[in-house]
Design a protein. Structure first.
Length: 457
């Protein structure tokens, strides 16, 4: 390993920028290194915040000289000694706290194909392999379980908003409602026991999930009920009356527990475009966005049912995004459809980088440049987060194998620069309708009232 080290950027300057304005916070980036047992890894953990990138033997720069080692600093760097649980605790728990207090958050994985992005996000069903997404769903329901209202009390209006049915209408709709998922999950899966604080127990709530695929710059509903052998229709991206971007005609499904949500996730995964490439036996050919929306409203007096006033609804949103890996055609030897898919993937990732670069420049200039959000569906969907409607965190996944050196340099440089992108801090949007928390959850009140009514003569 060369002793000629070069610091890629100056993290201290980002720290000064971060603390300069209390109403702003910077996009946080963490890095996860894939386990590697081969010789001469191009990435090495220095400490919990630093990774060193070393060029393989024979790699020269434009001047014909050996490349210097580069050091990159992030909010956290994970290696093979860190568990899936460690990554979840560091990267997702505070975002769940945002969700249950009515705020928004975005977590996405980024990196070269085959670097462990999907493993980090979903993993498998065992305790040691369980990824961020299933642990997140368990934690959400652990935190709100006593206040989840029966299905069909809340409903989507279809225009990125929710409303509340009367009790009678909700009961009628509930009798007709049938939860239907085409996929099954492991009945012995590991169940995360974590819970977070912050949810106001004077609120009734419901969780709605959706699953979007962005393939060749078109949006598709992965929860579409159509036949698996037929492509679902592409969906348009719209902006609502509050200037929030959303996918039109997207199916949002109300779920009562984590298992229902995971069955829908498995159903959607069966529809995702996955293909065998030279670099990855199961390479995702699309980006995926799994969104959880926690819909909340104050309870009626001593009953677990939301007051029928749509103006008091609060919606928190957490989107978990698995980005397809960037690829180089000369390494994958892709042709035809695979080459076109790779081009679209790389185009959307390049536009994401361009958006970040424009945002960084605009923070330093009075004259604002236009940010090219609309150039791709991916960046347009993220627009609101980057403009300050929620917390944003990026997990960079990197493989230390020497063949990935050049791609890793590009990814790590982009990621470190992205840490200076500022977003506005979220604010708590839940009104304190009942003062301090009651000594017992409201759902128990509903049970007691039912028993009292049943025993009356």
């Amino acid at each position: 390993m060369s002793t000629n080290r070069k610091r890629a950027h100056t993290p201290g300057e980002r720290g000064k920028l971060k603390h300069k304005r209390s109403d702003k916070e910077t996009l946080e980036v963490v890095c996860r290194l894939t386990p590697y047992n081969g010789n001469n890894p191009c990435l090495t953990l220095v400490d919990e915040n630093t990774v060193e990138c070393s060029p393989p033997s024979g790699v020269l720069n434009r001047n014909g000289q050996p490349n210097a080692d580069k050091v990159y600093e992030f909010g956290r760097v994970f290696d093979e000694t860190d568990t899936q649980k460690d990554v979840f605790e560091r990267c997702s728990v505070d975002l769940i706290e945002h969700l249950v207090t009515g705020k928004n958050a975005l977590l996405f994985t980024y990196g070269v194909t085959g670097s462990g992005k999907t493993y980090t996000m979903t993993g498998s069903s065992s305790r040691n392999e369980c990824g961020i997404l299933p642990r997140t769903l368990d934690t959400i329901f652990n935190s709100i379980q006593h206040n989840v209202v029966d299905k069909c009390a809340f409903y989507s209006t279809g225009k990125n908003a929710f409303d509340i049915r009367s009790k009678r209408e909700a009961n009628d709709e509930n009798r007709r409602f049938r939860f239907n998922a085409e996929a099954e999950i492991d009945e012995d899966r590991y169940i995360e026991s974590r819970k977070v604080d912050g949810f106001n127990e004077d609120y009734a709530c419901a969780l709605f999930v959706s699953y979007v695929e962005i393939y060749n710059n078109y949006c598709y509903d992965l929860l579409d009920n159509g036949p698996l052998d037929q492509n679902p229709p592409s969906l348009d991206v719209h902006m609502d009356v509050n200037q929030m971007v959303y996918v039109g005609k997207l199916r949002e499904v109300e779920v009562s527990n984590a298992d229902e949500a995971l069955k829908l996730l498995a159903q959607g995964d069966n529809r995702r475009r996955v293909c065998d490439t030279l670099l990855n036996k199961e390479s995702s050919r699309s980006h995926s966005v799994f969104t959880m929306r926690l819909v909340m409203a104050p309870c009626e007096e001593d009953v677990l049912y939301p007051v029928q006033d749509a103006s008091r609804i609060v919606v928190g949103q957490l989107s978990l995004v698995d980005l397809a890996g960037s690829e180089r055609a000369k390494r994958t030897l892709n042709t035809g459809d695979r080459l076109n898919e790779a081009a679209k993937i790389n185009q959307s990732l390049m536009t994401l980088r361009q958006c970040f670069e424009k945002l960084r420049k605009n923070q330093r200039r009075a004259l604002q440049e236009s940010v090219p959000y609309r150039d791709t569906k991916l960046t347009y969907l993220f627009k609101n987060f980057f403009e300050g409607t929620g917390k944003v965190r990026m997990i960079i996944c990197a493989n230390p194998r020497p063949d990935d050196y050049e791609e890793n340099i590009n990814v790590l440089s982009f990621a470190e620069e992205s840490q200076s992108v500022q977003t506005a801090k979220g604010i708590d949007r839940l009104e304190n309708v009942g003062g301090s928390r009651p000594p017992v959850p409201r759902k128990f009140y509903a049970g007691w009232n039912y028993e009292v009514d049943r025993c009356r003569p």
